[in-house]
Design a protein around this ligand. Sequence first.
Ligand SMILES: [Zn+2]
Length: 145
Amino acid sequence: MRLGNPFQHSPLIILHQEVYQQILTSASVGYPHEFCAILGGEKAEITRLYPLKNIAAEPERFFKWSPQEFIQQWKRIMQDQLEWVGVIHSHPHGKPYPSHADHLNWHYPQLSYWILSFPQKAEPKLLLFQWSKNGFVQQNYTIQE
Ligand SMILES: [Zn+2]
């Protein structure tokens, strides 16, 4: 398993412009449900989005993906010879900060954790977090061509 550790490589995570655009599109298509995806890349760079269907019972408030689809996408990351470097989901109706459920359901502390807020499909705001002993800590990133 190629589990990345992006923060170990650089304190500044790089998100490729193309991936950022795909995030906005996916969140828009999924609206008003939360959209979720896993992210592939290398070291501190996020280069590819692997969308997952949100199968939560209340998809406007929570996200959940099927283990089968996760394994499929995870295999694609390996086929693409990338590392699994992060997870993203949206908060279509809230602020881009981890919820109580987000804290409880996070099991991969070394990965990057992204939340996009998307109120009324306007003013998207994307924040990045890293898990530490005391919970999520916001981190910086840059969008690059
Ligand atoms: Zn959330």
